[in-house]
Ligand binder design. Structure first.
Ligand code: ATP
Length: 506
């Protein structure tokens, strides 16, 4: 695995996985662009998730809902009122920070002083943050007295009281900008699933229990985006809302926890690197009955959330439904006089309309990519003493499956044969096959080690029966295959290549 974030950032830029957004104009903080290899890896991660959660199950449907949503959706979901993080300003330089990030970044003795000022225990960080949040005036004093430094200037700051900062991006819809013509960029894909619950039930005749899966972009105006693609303002999520009969929710919660852990394992992210955090009651989001956060051990950052698996009870459908009063909801919801749909489904035993409970496994694609890259990153010392960097990605995730390399690029016969081999392999539908005719075989191998290409196929003079003297005609029509991990080279007949590759990459 990678030993630091810098190592990954440098590989990602050098080889074309990830670039800073709007870079040629100085960059835009919290936005990243996925390059030629990044887009392949990202697509492969999403495809693996979709296969596991839609195709390999019999109780799931897919969805792709729109990014910009009606303001009433985000009002009734609770996001307008509560999707906010506390922030504080430094009056000395007008820099603004997320309160918990600011405190977490201080030296241990400063954190201890803040905790003492607030009458809290420094070892219970969530409780300390909650206290700072609740007692704004006291918090401002505590930050000043403890000498909390500004991470930007390094100097002791003059801190304001913490204020909630709503993280939703708002945008104008249509040609007239009046009071009501605005919408929000969704802060999670989940709301599109809830607002389509009835459409999906009516068009598929699903009965409980069943789920809806969606992969898509979400937007959060994070106060302090940071740590490369770990915390960004434009992110992508892979979310499932699994609808079940109230009373069976806890069982399904355990089912999804187990299933998601084994999926991560299959992507090369082992259980031993993921801590399961049973989120304490006082830290639960407004909709949650219970949440498991999967905390992956990121290089440099340590354990941070890669996926949240929440029991959302009947909160969401209950918030978006009409006729709330007659439905016997368990969750505490705000009154909804705007919705025109009743979001119920027949109970599988009694046939009486019921608002189902929801289990939500929600994973970030960007954070998945960071974890997968980090686990695959390997530095090896070879027998000859040279060092190599190799990305030991699972083959189904590798951005390039096979590189076909003509030994000399100025020899048309070699290049043409390599091209035709490439075209044949491409037809297998395994993903990207690359014709690598840059000329230098050593460099090509090094590059493909670093981007995780499982196999390099080399077309040389023996392949066309033309090696210098006394050409060995028995090698005609054979190519060498080099294995990324073992570095073993094997010669096989071109006619057997497709079957060989297919067997290895299945
Ligand atoms: P955090 O506490 O780290 O801000 P969160 O608890 O707000 O995360 P959720 O609302 O549970 O996150 O979102 C579900 C998933 O979406 C997270 O597990 C994470 O993988 C991803 N995610 C959330 N916010 C971001 C972000 N700003 N950048 C990248 N991924 C994110």
């Amino acid at each position: 695995p990678a030993s630091s974030m810098e190592e990954l950032v440098s590989l990602c830029k050098r080889r074309g996985f990830i670039f800073q957004g709007s870079e040629i104009y100085g960059g835009l903080q919290g936005f990243y662009d996925y390059g030629p290899l990044g887009v392949e890896l990202k697509n492969n991660i999403k495809a693996a998730w979709w296969r596991s959660n839609v195709y390999e199950r019999d109780d799931m449907e897919g969805l792709d809902s729109s990014i910009i949503m009606h303001r009433l959706v985000l009002r009734h979901s609770g996001h307008e009122a509560t999707f906010s993080d506390p922030m504080v300003d430094n009056k000395k330089n007008n820099k603004r920070y997320r309160l918990d990030h600011l405190v977490k970044d201080q030296k241990a003795d400063v954190i201890a002083k803040v905790a003492a000022e607030m009458g809290e225990d420094a070892s219970n960080f969530p409780a300390l943050v909650a206290a700072l949040n609740k007692q704004a005036a006291r918090a401002s004093e505590a930050l000043k007295t403890a000498g909390v430094r500004d991470p930007f200037s390094g100097e002791v700051g003059d801190w304001t009281e913490p204020k909630p900062f709503n993280m939703m991006f708002k945008t104008t819809i249509g040609p007239i900008a009046d009071e009501e013509s605005y919408g929000y960029l969704r802060p999670e894909t989940a709301q599109g699933i809830f607002t389509n619950f009835k459409n999906v039930v009516d068009s598929t005749s699903r009965r409980l229990p069943f789920g809806i899966a969606q992969i898509g972009k979400a937007f959060r105006n994070e106060i302090t985006p940071r740590n490369f693609i770990f915390r960004v303002r434009e992110l992508e999520q892979m979310e499932i809302e699994f609808f079940c009969v109230p009373g069976t929710d806890e069982q399904w919660h355990e089912h999804w926890l187990e299933r998601r852990l084994s999926w991560w394992e299959a992507q090369g992210v082992p259980r031993s690197k993921i801590e399961i955090l049973d989120v304490p009651k006082e830290d639960l989001a407004h909709y949650s009955k219970r949440t498991y956060d999967l905390m992956y051990d990121y290089p440099t950052l340590g354990h941070e959330e890669i996926e949240g698996i929440a029991n959302r009870s009947d909160y969401d459908l209950g918030s978006h439904t009409k006729s709330q009063a007659e439905l016997g909801l368990v969750a505490k919801v705000e009154e909804n006089l705007d919705s025109i749909a009743k979001l119920t489904i027949p109970h599988p035993e009694t046939n009486k309309p019921v608002v189902p409970f929801v289990i939500e496994p929600s994973a970030g694609v960007d954070r998945a990519m960071l974890a997968v890259l980090s686990e695959a990153f390997t530095k090896e010392t070879l027998e000859n003493g040279n060092e190599r960097i190799v990305l030991k990605l699972r083959p189904h995730l590798a951005p390039i499956k096979v590189a076909v390399i003509p030994l000399a690029r100025n020899k048309p016969e070699l290049v043409e044969l390599a091209r035709s081999i490439k075209n044949d392999l491409q037809k297998l539908g395994l993903g990207r096959i690359l014709l690598e005719d840059s000329g230098n075989i050593g460099k090509a191998y090094r590059r493909h080690d670093e981007v995780g290409t499982p196999f390099c196929v080399t077309v040389d003079f023996d392949t066309i029966g033309q090696s210098a003297e006394g050409a060995d005609q028995s090698l005609k029509d054979t190519v060498t295959i080099r294995d990324r991990d073992t570095l073993q080279q094997e010669r096989i007949q071109i006619s057997e290549l497709s079957a060989w590759i297919q067997a290895k990459l299945r």
